[in-house]
Design a protein around this ligand. Structure first.
Ligand code: FES
Ligand SMILES: [Fe+2]
Length: 343
């Protein structure tokens, strides 16, 4: 399949791991945005994501590099690098090399996830990674929910923007997710790098009901193209985080998490309540898989053949997405092609 005409090196926050995958002293190898990276955690708990190669003679620090207190020691000649990518010790010289620096990426841990800021021009973060509990203006925390359930899939030929476009795509719900009636969007706010989408939706009842009578829905907050968080209302209490991270020019890693709300008070049968929550979480994951099945085989359509009701939402989201692409590319295939052939 053709590589997507959208840049696979967008700017923003992207998930590269779950926090519990990188314990104190661990060095983990990964490849994102076509770059070999490592993530490592110091004794004090600080996590660093950096280019994988030692600036001395180029050893891959993910093969035998080891954490010593707050620094990472190269397996080849023992040079030590700190969490800012600075050389702090050459064991056979009185002074470190203060000039060379391994490229590190701004990193935050939030919602049990490790997010890195990626920008081809090395600009500092200009928005915040969304918090699935902080983004919705309520006081619920992880303690109000059962432990998260996760999905992790690799190697899909899909672009992060496909996932975001679900947020304006009212028509797919009936066909991909078998909702009885078509949802309606009640908010589309694409004014800033963090955008907001709300919709009224139901998964129950028959196709004779009117959407105007439905009292359940979803609020979504998109932190750039890489991370989207949602909160449900009027149905089983759930929160989700979907993260799409480009690996190379063709494929992305997909991570998805769902938290199911704990019942208020102590349930009469806690074991049964937990099992029910697990079942419901599995159903949410199943629905997300239905989307992945479409996205991973999709070809980006540009310009798309839109129904009149789709025009406004898709125009807005595609315009919004451009700010995350190098040189603002990403709206028109012709522009992207020109930029690719230029380079
Ligand atoms: S290559 Fe890392 S210390 Fe020499
Ligand atoms: Fe969907």
């Amino acid at each position: 399949m053709a590589a997507p005409p959208l840049s696979m090196k967008p700017t923003g926050w992207f998930q590269v791991a779950w926090s519990d995958e990188i314990g104190v002293g661990d060095v983990r190898r990964m490849t994102y945005f076509g770059t070999d990276l490592i993530a490592w955690r110091t004794e004090s708990g600080r996590i660093t994501v950096m280019t994988a190669y030692c600036e001395h003679l180029g050893a891959h620090l993910g093969y035998g590099g080891h954490v010593q207190g707050e620094v990472l020691q190269c397996p080849f000649h023992g040079w030590q690098w700190n969490a800012d990518g600075r050389n702090v010790c050459i064991p056979y010289e009185p002074r470190p090399n203060r000039g060379r620096r391994i490229r590190t990426f701004p990193t935050v841990e939030r919602n049990a996830s490790v997010y890195v800021w990626h920008d081809v021009d090395g600009r500092e973060p200009f928005f915040d990674a969304p918090d699935v509990f902080g983004a919705f203006g309520d006081d619920r925390t992880a303690a109000d929910y059962y432990p998260q359930q996760r999905l992790f899939e690799q190697g899909h030929e899909m672009h992060p923007q496909y996932v975001l476009e679900n947020g304006v795509d009212f028509a797919h719900f009936k066909y991909v997710h078998q909702t009885p009636i078509t949802p309606i969007f009640t908010r589309h706010d694409f004014a800033a790098p963090v955008s907001y989408v709300d919709f009224t939706i139901t998964f129950t009842g028959d196709d004779g009901q009117r959407i105007e009578d439905v009292d359940s829905g979803v609020e979504a907050v998109n932190g750039g193209l890489g991370i989207a968080v949602t909160k449900s209302w009027g149905m089983i209490d759930n929160r989700t985080i979907s993260c799409i991270t480009p690996v190379d020019d063709r494929t992305s890693d997909v991570r998805f998490m769902v938290y199911i709300g704990r019942p208020a008070g102590t349930p009469r049968n806690p074991e049964r309540a937990r099992a029910k929550a697990e079942e419901f979480g599995a159903e949410v994951i199943r629905q997300f898989r239905q989307d992945i099945h479409i996205w991973s085989h999709q070809r980006y359509s540009d310009p798309p053949a839109l129904a009149s009701g789709e025009l406004e939402g898709f125009t807005a989201i595609r315009q919004w997405a451009k700010q995350f692409y190098p040189d603002g590319i990403g709206g028109s295939a012709a522009e992207v092609h020109a930029a690719h052939t230029k380079g």
